[in-house]
Design a protein around this ligand. Structure first.
Ligand SMILES: *Cc1c(COP(=O)(O)O)cnc(C)c1O
Length: 405
């Protein structure tokens, strides 16, 4: 029944924006580099960065200029016509990665959907249509569509949305023997985040990723990496799997690739993508000229000289400072974890309360699974921003400890 606003007390009205997020009461007015400003002008150091999206910070001049220029030339044409910006970005990404080809989307979940469809198509195209199942890993997060919640396999995301889409079998993260044991005649491949983001900043070991690669090769399975959060420079390599020296057959990318403009991509080898012929997949908006203008501008910076070296250097600096911070407050922090500029602090205290306290100090943080606070600063931060964040975290830890005493 529709709200009848006149008869109901205001607190029982369904808000005009569906309340699926427990949002912070912070109305952001403006952003500049690694800082956000609320409507009253208060400044916050942003270590959320739109959940690893604003890799170049807020309103980076190169992105503003690319978007403004494109907005005056052409916004949208659909994929019925050639989009030169797509060809440029795809060529550049194929030069820089394992991939031969890619499909552009508007979001991460759509990139994963494309990856799932491609894995199934690869098997059926190779006369193995019975192979449609993917092996996924505990605490995974692959998106919020019907197929991607099934792939994620988390009860809290699936509850009430049944029946669950068939075709996903989950095993413990890091357990190679379990992954091997889960292979059946219906298995099409593996789907894994090289560094789990929402799951609590949990990095797969290089040995584990190499083990999955070997199993995939041995059994004619596809290896799919979800680098939506950990990719696009966040670990200090363009993609996180590069640290392990293995390549996937298919990879989903989003978040940082658009720097704040909705953009995703499903990258693949020619072999994995061979069945994806005209008419098999599509998107009205995917890779539209506005998204491509920004995506090309982002990649130019991230793949430009010295940028990833900076991420490694500043990431090491942040990592050491977090380890030190955790040691100074053993009653608050259980450990410091992560790589590059995808970092986590596992708490011994209440997670939402810590995040609210940090916001009170002027530092924005995100929650993750495993009682971990996530730190996902823009990749452009300098040592001074790290020092500022550590001072604010230190003050937060003291405030939380005082509250508990
Ligand atoms: C954010 C995320 C997704 C989903 O991306 P959306 O753009 O929200 O659809 C999928 N996988 C991982 C690892 C993510 O971090």
């Amino acid at each position: 029944m529709k709200n009848s606003r006149a008869d109901l007390p205001s607190e029982s009205l369904t808000p005009p924006v569906l309340p699926t997020y427990a949002r912070a009461d912070l109305a952001v007015a403006r952003g500049e580099g690694p800082y956000l400003f609320d409507e009253s002008g208060r400044r916050y150091l942003d270590f959320v960065a739109g959940v690893a999206v604003n890799c170049l910070g807020h309103c980076h001049p190169a992105l503003v200029s690319a978007l403004e220029t494109q907005a005056r030339a052409l916004w949208h044409t659909s994929n019925l016509f050639r989009i030169p910006g797509q060809e440029k970005l795809a060529e550049r990404l194929t030069e820089l990665t394992f991939a031969d080809t890619m499909f552009f989307t508007n979001s991460g979940a759509e990139a994963i959907e494309c990856a799932i469809k491609m894995a199934r198509k690869f098997q059926s195209h190779n006369n193995r249509p019975e192979r449609f199942r993917l092996i996924t890993f505990e605490a995974a997060f692959h998106g919020r569509t019907l197929a991607t919640i099934a792939a994620s396999g988390q009860e809290k995301m699936l509850k009430g949305f049944g029946p669950k889409v068939d075709g996903f079998d989950q095993v413990a993260f890091g357990d190679l023997a379990a992954a091997e044991a889960a292979i059946t005649p219906e298995t099409a491949g593996f789907l894994i985040e090289p560094v789990q983001g929402e799951g609590g900043i949990r990095a797969a070991t290089p040995e584990f990723l190499r083990g999955l690669r070997a199993l995939a090769d041995q059994h004619n399975l596809v290896l799919i990496f979800d680098e939506i959060q950990c990719g696009m420079g966040r670990t200090g390599k363009l993609f996180a799997h590069e640290w392990a020296g293995v390549t996937p057959d298919i990879m989903a990318v989003a978040k940082g690739i658009g720097g704040g403009f909705p953009l995703g991509a499903c990258l693949a080898t020619a072999e994995a993508a061979a069945g994806m012929t005209a008419g098999t997949h599509g998107s009205t908006y995917g890779g539209n000229p506005l998204a491509m203008a920004v995506g090309n501008a982002v990649l130019e910076v991230v793949a430009g000289p010295g940028f990833l070296d900076h991420v490694v250097e500043i990431g090491d600096y942040l990592g050491a400072a977090l380890t030190d911070l955790a040691a100074r407050h053993p009653d608050i922090f259980a450990d410091a974890r992560g790589q590059g500029l995808i970092r986590g602090l596992k708490l011994k205290t209440d997670l939402p309360a810590f995040i609210v306290a940090a916001r009170g100090q002027g530092l924005l943080l995100a929650a993750a699974g495993d009682n971990v606070v996530r730190l996902l600063p823009p990749l452009i931060i300098e040592r001074a921003h790290v020092d500022e964040a550590i001072a604010l975290l230190d003050a937060t830890a003291k405030a939380v400890a005082a509250e508990a005493a």
